[in-house]
Design a binder for this molecule. Structure first.
Ligand code: 13P
Ligand code: SF4
Length: 302
C-alpha cells in the first residue's frame, strides 16, 4: 500500500497532476488526494487547477464537468465505467415540451446529469447551492431535473416559484425510510440525524440537519453534540472521523454504499496515472454548449 502511495506521489510530480476526490470514494483514495470535497467544491477546484492533468476520483458526471470547465487540461478517471444512474434520468424531449408550455421557464439541472442534459439547461446546481441559485433566478417557473427529491426540497424552501418536477432519483438515497429512522433513533436516542437532500421528503422531515456532503461534515464538526446518524453514502465517515476523533457516527442504514464510487481504488489511480488511461473526452460542440449552464452556476453561487 505504502509502495502504491509513494508511486502515486512521484507520478503527481512527474506528470504535474492534481488528484481530486469526492467524499464517497474509499478512504484510502481520499488519503492520497490533494483536494477532497463535495461536487460543488470539486468543480471550482477543477476550473481553477493550475496543473496539466486532473485525476478525478469520482463518477463520470464529475470528470465530464471538470473537462467542460477546464478544456485545456487532461482529465483522467481511474475507472471510466463509474457512473451515476441518476445522471441519465431526464429526457431532452421532455425539456423541450416544458419549454413550449411555459415561456419563462428556467431549466435547472442538478450537476448529477449528463453533458447532454446540461447543454439543454439554463443553469446547473449542486446540493450545496441549489436553493441560493433558484432564488436568484428571475424566472417564476422552474423545471428541476433530474432529481425529484432535491427538487421538492428546494421547492419547500423557495415558496414564491412554481416548480415542475422530473421523476429521477438516487437509488441509494431513495431507499432510506421513516422506518429506518425509527429503528436507528431507538438504538441511539441522543444522536442527531444529518441527511442529504437526495433523500425522500419523509426522511427530510425527520432530520436535524439537511445538506450536501460538505454541509453534513461541517455541521457535525461544529456541533457540540457527540453522536450523529448519517443519512448519506458512508464514504463521508472517513472525513467525519478524521476531523472528529471524540465523536461517534452511525449510518442510517448499515452497508448501503454507492457501488460506482466504490469502483475507485488506489490500484486504479496508479494505473491511470502510469498508463494515461481513463481519458475523459468531450466534443467541442458539447463543451461549448454545456459550459454555459456550469459557468452560470459558478457565477450565481459566488
Ligand atoms: P454532494 O454534491 O453533496 O457531494 O453530493 C453528490 C452526490 O452524488 C450525492 O449522492
Ligand atoms: Fe449518483 Fe447516488 Fe452515487 Fe451520488 S450516491 S453518485 S447520486 S448513485
Amino acid at each position: 500500500m505504502t509502495d502504491i502511495k509513494s508511486r502515486i506521489e512521484s507520478l503527481k510530480k512527474e506528470k504535474n497532476a492534481v488528484i481530486l476526490a469526492h467524499y464517497y470514494v474509499p478512504g484510502e483514495v481520499q488519503e492520497i488526494a490533494d483536494y477532497i470535497g463535495d461536487s460543488f467544491y470539486l468543480s471550482k477546484i477543477a476550473k481553477d487547477a493550475e496543473q496539466d492533468t486532473i485525476v478525478f476520483c469520482g463518477v463520470s458526471f464529475m470528470g465530464e464537468s471538470a473537462k467542460i470547465l477546464s478544456p485545456g487540461k487532461q482529465v483522467l478517471m481511474p475507472d471510466i465505467t463509474a457512473g451515476c444512474p441518476m445522471a441519465y434520468m431526464a429526457q431532452v424531449e421532455k425539456i423541450e415540451e416544458v419549454r413550449r408550455k411555459y415561456d419563462d421557464v428556467a431549466v435547472v439541472c442538478y450537476i448529477n446529469s449528463t453533458g447532454e442534459l446540461k447543454k439543454h439547461s439554463d443553469v446547473c446546481v449542486t446540493s450545496a447551492n441549489a436553493m441560493k441559485i433558484v432564488q436568484a433566478l428571475p424566472n417564476k417557473n422552474i423545471y428541476f431535473i433530474p432529481d425529484e427529491n432535491l427538487g421538492r426540497y428546494v421547492a419547500s424552501k423557495v415558496t414564491d416559484k412554481h416548480f415542475i418536477f422530473n421523476d429521477g432519483f438516487c437509488p441509494l438515497h431513495k431507499e432510506f425510510s421513516k422506518t429506518d429512522i425509527e429503528k436507528v433513533r431507538k438504538a441511539y436516542p441522543g444522536a442527531l440525524l444529518l441527511v442529504h437532500p437526495e433523500c425522500r421528503m419523509e426522511v427530510l422531515e425527520d432530520a436535524d440537519y439537511i445538506g450536501s456532503t460538505s454541509g453534513i461534515i461541517e455541521y457535525a464538526s461544529e456541533s457540540d453534540a457527540k453522536e450523529f446518524i448519517i443519512g448519506t453514502e458512508p464514504g463521508v465517515m472517513y472525513e467525519l472521523e478524521r476531523r472528529n476523533p471524540g465523536k461517534k457516527f452511525y449510518p442510517l442504514v448499515e452497508g448501503k454504499v454507492c457501488p460506482d464510487m466504490k469502483k475507485i481504488t488506489l490500484e486504479k489511480v496508479l494505473k491511470c496515472m502510469e498508463e494515461g488511461t481513463g481519458v475523459v473526452e468531450v466534443t467541442e460542440e458539447l463543451r461549448n454548449s454545456a459550459n454555459a449552464s456550469l459557468d452560470r452556476m459558478l457565477e450565481l453561487a459566488r
